[in-house]
Design a protein around this ligand. Structure first.
Ligand SMILES: [Zn+2]
Ligand SMILES: [Zn+2]
Length: 387
């Protein structure tokens, strides 16, 4: 049964709790997990949820909350959110990134306001309303607040997913983050692209900056950059023409460039790229392209991956959650959004990486959903706002 809309007073309390969470500095690379843990635990207490804190890795708390179901024999539901946020350039924000400032329009400013402290708080607020209405779930509901998603999740969601604790939880479906939409439709994600963080390096003899010669480190690197940029443009064209969606193209962005001495010309140069690979992409041909065109040994080049996630399961099948009637959770999710008068886009592949991949790796269905319609995409941007 629908619960009544929150009163003015309740609304301002909801916003104030969200502000408190935004004000905790969980910015990578040195997030204050102690304070965020205390905050989440205090929320859990106020909701009479069971809680435990597990440090699979010291200083990296996974907070697990539980609302026990009336039938413990049934598989459970997990709502996952990460507690860390990416860094910011303070001076580029119109309101302080750790302020949780609410402007006259009601926009809430803060790093993490979209990615994804809003979602963690929405889980908690939804539970608050359900509890107030007297609802009790049949299945147990778990909430995990995990560290380090923004740096790969190895010490957070990955550890949880592969733990005995997780086995005992008997989870059947996971919800994790999604993306906002500019229109009135909510977006649902059934898969995600895999991050490949590539560094290519070139070497060459240094020399006099006034001389034209082949095989310098800078020239070798630039040939690669040109080739990578042509590939980027071809993928971008597919997107612009509408032949492929954002989740279906391989994206490449140059992330850094480390090269150069005024004189002599440098003997080493390197560049880093953030590549995102859809689960349906031809991985072998991309690997070949990197080895043969982007960092060929014939041009004195080497490469390494700082991160290389293969978006496949152990049997080599694309890591995707079913969106048809074979997955009753997907159908249920769509129905729940419609019941709340929400409209839905067709299912999409998330363009970035989320912790959902660790749960999909286990064979579990996972749905990405950050309920933000009519909202610009400001994840990782200056002036991240929640409307
Ligand atoms: Zn996120
Ligand atoms: Zn993020």
């Amino acid at each position: 049964n629908p619960t009544p809309s929150p009163s003015q007073d309740e609304q301002s309390q909801i916003i104030s709790r969200f502000q408190q969470y935004l004000q905790i500095n969980t910015t990578q690379p040195s997030p204050d997990y102690q304070t965020s843990t205390q905050f989440i635990l205090s929320q859990a207490d106020s909701l009479s949820l069971e809680s435990r804190v597990i440090e699979f890795v010291k200083g990296k708390p996974v907070i697990l909350l539980k609302w026990p179901g009336s039938d413990p024999s049934l598989p459970s539901v997990l709502l996952n959110s990460h507690t860390d946020v990416v860094s910011f350039e303070h001076s580029k924000w119109i309101h302080p990134p750790l302020g949780g400032y609410v402007d006259q329009r009601g926009d809430i400013f803060g790093r993490g306001s979209q990615d994804m402290k809003c979602v963690g708080m929405q889980y908690l607020e939804a539970i608050r309303r359900l509890k107030d209405s007297g609802f009790r779930p049949k299945r147990s509901l778990y909430l995990s607040f995990v560290p380090d998603e923004e740096i790969g999740g190895n010490d957070g969601a990955k550890k949880l997913a592969y733990s005995d604790v997780f086995k005992d939880m008997n989870v059947e479906i996971v919800l994790d983050e999604g993306l906002p939409s500019l229109n009135e439709n909510y977006r649902l994600f059934y898969a995600e692209k895999a991050p490949w963080w590539l560094v290519i390096k070139s070497k060459g003899a240094p020399g006099h900056g006034a001389k034209l010669y082949d095989n310098s480190a800078m020239e070798n690197l630039f040939k690669s950059i040109e080739s990578i940029r042509r590939f980027r443009a071809s993928q971008f064209d597919l997107l612009k023409s509408g032949l492929k969606s954002e989740g279906e193209v391989i994206s490449v962005n140059m992330a850094f460039l480390k090269a150069g001495t005024p004189s002599p010309t440098p003997s080493e140069a390197e560049a880093g790229f953030d590549i995102r690979v859809p689960p349906t992409a031809d991985i072998e041909s991309l690997e070949k392209r990197i080895a043969e065109e982007w960092a060929p040994a014939s041009r004195n080049m080497t490469f390494e991956f700082k991160q290389k996630v293969i978006p496949h399961d152990d049997l080599g099948r694309p890591l995707v959650t079913a969106t048809d009637s074979s997955n009753s959770w997907w159908i249920l999710m769509e129905e729940a959004i419609k019941k709340a008068n929400g409209k839905i886009e067709k299912p999409e592949i998330f363009s970035g990486a989320t912790d959902a991949r660790y749960f999909r790796q286990l064979g579990l269905p996972a749905i990405g959903f950050s309920p933000m319609a009519n909202t610009p995409y400001l994840l990782h941007d200056h002036n991240e706002v929640h409307l």
